[in-house]
Design a protein around this ligand. Structure first.
Ligand code: FAD
Length: 470
């Protein structure tokens, strides 16, 4: 899930402030008893590759089962596509950040590690394209209402084909005619007016990495189902963030793994023979263990040499990609001359896909978050400034910090978003082990695909599968 905001009634009406929403959520289920192993032949029972949410959850769950994990992470930091950092003198989230009240696993982890949540203030002004001419400030409530009606139309039928939202294949019979559709196909079925198209198309294109033809209808329809099949639930997807930053939750889970963790250690080869996995790093080091959990983005599997080679379904998934491309840069902008708290939604092809005020700074400037659109040179302050001024002519961008996930060497894409047809063709196969290797990630979960909730869920699934292989 991307954490760009959208026009929602909740965003417009909710009050800001800080809330501890974790209370009352059941603690993470722990194994009844850690297993006792009597045949430990090497220093590690499992090698986990990747220290994003999926990898750290897998490592922690393996430890909870009495196993000894090694975590190999390519980057010089943990977190993967979540990254709490400091810029403009304040804490910023360069990747995923927001979560929905139905993120039960995330809330359970926060309860386990005593973390609380923060809620952001809603926008007060909304800008959208009302024609081909440019942006206009529009009535926030009227616009939010229309957006809700359009979303309801787009996802109509999902009560049936996603009758069990966490088991997306429960009605695979009904999905056969829906899963091949892209979000663009679905919008074309609805005969939308130009005004409605302007409102909804930009949002759908942004979720899809720049082109709604690349986003599977079922990917977003499953979120709609997980949110309760209604706009009220959908509007809560940007309900809260982790107080202290999302990376603090990744770190807390990793601490629980008591793992040997090697940062700046990209894995280049994973071989399996004689009931043993041998992992080779870019630096030439080798590590062995009875099993491995591959918790890198699906887009990056193709950069690792597997021996024997990947099963067809895994090879197809990594070649097609799941993490969205080519548009997935999250930009933090320091902007002067912006009154109030703004939300703007770009139309497809616009240089800015979405723009939202995050925080007022003490000197009167604003900290704003933007997602790029096609053709924007995100490296150029002048280009970004010109793009923002198309929306708010009084604005001046005086500083920026950009994280371009599509071109990040260890992500190769932004948030996961299944393409048309990928759910039925690939999900069941991706969850099968490849010999003594299991795979995990938010890109391939059966629940909230493209979210850290999904990454936690899938890391847990892959860990228990790996433990059973030993
Ligand atoms: C801009 C943006 C906004 C988002 N907004 C939200 C949001 O608001 N809410 C939400 O729930 N989700 C959001 N997401 C999605 C969410 O961040 C991801 O779904 C989730 O973090 C994925 O976790 P993961 O562990 O599956 O993968 P990753 O976090 O990508 O972790 C994979 C790890 O593998 C490592 N790796 C890669 N190759 C190798 C290798 N060869 N050897 C060793 N290690 C390797 C990577 O460095 C990385 O640390 C957003 C994502 C982006 C990019």
């Amino acid at each position: 899930m991307s954490n760009f905001r959208q026009i929602t009634r909740r965003n417009l009406i909710r009050v800001g402030g800080t809330a501890a929403l974790g209370a009352g959520v059941a603690a993470v289920a722990r194994p009844a008893a850690a297993r006792t192993r009597n045949t430990k032949t090497g220093p590690y029972d499992a090698i986990v590759i990747g220290a994003g949410f999926a990898g750290v959850t897998a490592a922690r769950d393996l430890r909870d089962l009495g196993l000894r994990p090694l975590v190999l992470e390519a980057n010089n930091r943990i977190g993967g596509r979540v990254w709490t950092s400091t810029h403009f003198g304040t804490q910023v989230e360069l990747g995923g950040a927001w979560f929905h009240p139905n993120y039960h696993r995330t809330y359970a982890e926060m309860t386990r590690y005593n973390l609380t949540t923060v809620v952001d203030a809603p926008p007060t002004s909304v800008y959208v394209r009302t024609g081909n001419s440019g942006y206009q400030s529009v009535d926030p409530v009227v616009t939010a209402n229309r957006m809700e009606q359009l979303l309801t139309q787009i996802f109509d039928g999902s009560q049936n084909y996603f009758a069990q939202p966490n088991q997306p294949l429960f009605r695979s019979d009904l999905l056969a005619s829906v899963d091949p559709l892209s979000l663009a196909d679905r919008m074309n079925q609805l005969n939308l007016t130009t005004q409605d198209r302007n409102l909804i198309q930009g949002l759908m294109a942004t979720y899809s990495g720049g082109d709604a033809a690349n986003g599977g209808l079922t990917a977003l329809a499953q979120w709609w189902a997980l949110c309760g099949w209604n706009a009220q639930g959908w509007n809560q997807m940007t309900s809260a963030r982790v107080n202290g930053g999302i990376t603090s939750l990744v770190q807390a889970i990793l601490n629980g793994a008591q793992a040997d963790v090697r940062l700046s250690t990209p894995v280049v080869q994973i071989a399996q023979a004689n009931n043993q996995i041998t992992v080779t790093t870019q630096g030439g080091a080798t590590f062995t263990a009875p099993v491995a959990v591959v918790a890198t983005p699906v887009n990056k599997w193709k950069t690792i040499t597997f021996s024997p080679g990947l099963p067809t379904v895994h090879a197809d998934a990594t070649n097609e990609g799941v993490g969205v491309r080519p548009i997935a840069a999250k930009m933090w902008l320091r902007v002067s001359g912006v009154p109030g708290r703004v939300f703007a939604q770009g139309a497809p092809g616009d240089p800015i896909a979405s723009l939202v005020t995050h925080q007022h700074l003490s000197n009167g400037d604003n900290l704003m978050i933007a997602i790029n659109g096609p053709g924007l040179n995100v490296g150029s302050l002048a280009a970004v400034n010109a793009a923002v001024q198309q929306i708010i002519p009084t604005a001046t961008v005086v500083g920026k910090k950009v994280q371009d996930w599509a071109n990040d060497p260890y992500s190769g894409g932004g948030w996961g978003m299944r393409k048309p047809g990928q759910l039925l063709r690939q999900l069941p196969g991706l969850h099968q082990p490849h010999g003594r290797i299991t795979f995990a990630g938010g890109d391939m979960t059966s629940g909230w695909v493209g979210s850290f909730e999904g990454a936690i869920q899938d890391g847990a699934r892959a860990a228990s599968q790996a433990a059973a292989l030993i």
